[in-house]
Design a binder for this molecule. Sequence first.
Ligand code: IMP
Length: 220
Amino acid sequence: MSDEASSNGSSQHRRIAGRLVIATHNGGKLAEMRELLAPHGIEAVSAGELGLPEPEETGETFHANARLKAVAAANAARLPSFADDSGIVVDALGGGPGIFSARWAGPTKDFSVAMARIERLLQERGATTPEQRKAHFVSALCVAWPDGHVEEVEARTDGTLVWPPRGSNGFGYDPMFLPDGFDRTFGEMTSIEKHGLPPLGLGLSHRARAFIKLAEICLD
Ligand code: IMP
């Protein structure tokens, strides 16, 4: 992919229209991405539904992994493809788990294990006050077309980590994450509260914020 092929940062943005592959095998993300795309009349089909293989995430940044997934799906399906790479970045853990957020849940994808691991590491570091337990979610979004064109955006939501986890909504690390300015974790919020876009929601989650940026450049 040449730099010229990327329109990010230039005025030559490309509009998304018609059919779009959502390049994820994660059911939680798929549901959120479908909800975000629905009002724009985009017909979204998932990589899982098309039987596309899941590429190995070998990038060193959220941005690189989002691009890798979107480009792999666009090439395999010969359709524009939309990918998210996201994760939780914990200040006291030097930015971990970061791009390894999914992997911390192990092969069984058990996020109670991953959250317990974060908590154990925070305790080992004596991180007990909210100030010492700062974290943020990051979402990097990429849309790739079969001709090599890509559009990319990234956004974050800041908060603190609570223990024990609270709430059973959402997915992944949601029950541990208390977004700044709120007294309920993502796991205690409804999907509209977590990632609903204005006027229904506040555009609170990292994915919703990144999506708002993407919509500004690529959607009607
Ligand atoms: P990946 O982008 O497929 O590498 O996976 C990112 C991982 O980060 C997910 O499996 C979740 O564990 C975590 N993650 C990303 N976004 C969220 C979110 O909105 N809530 C909770 N966990 C998330």
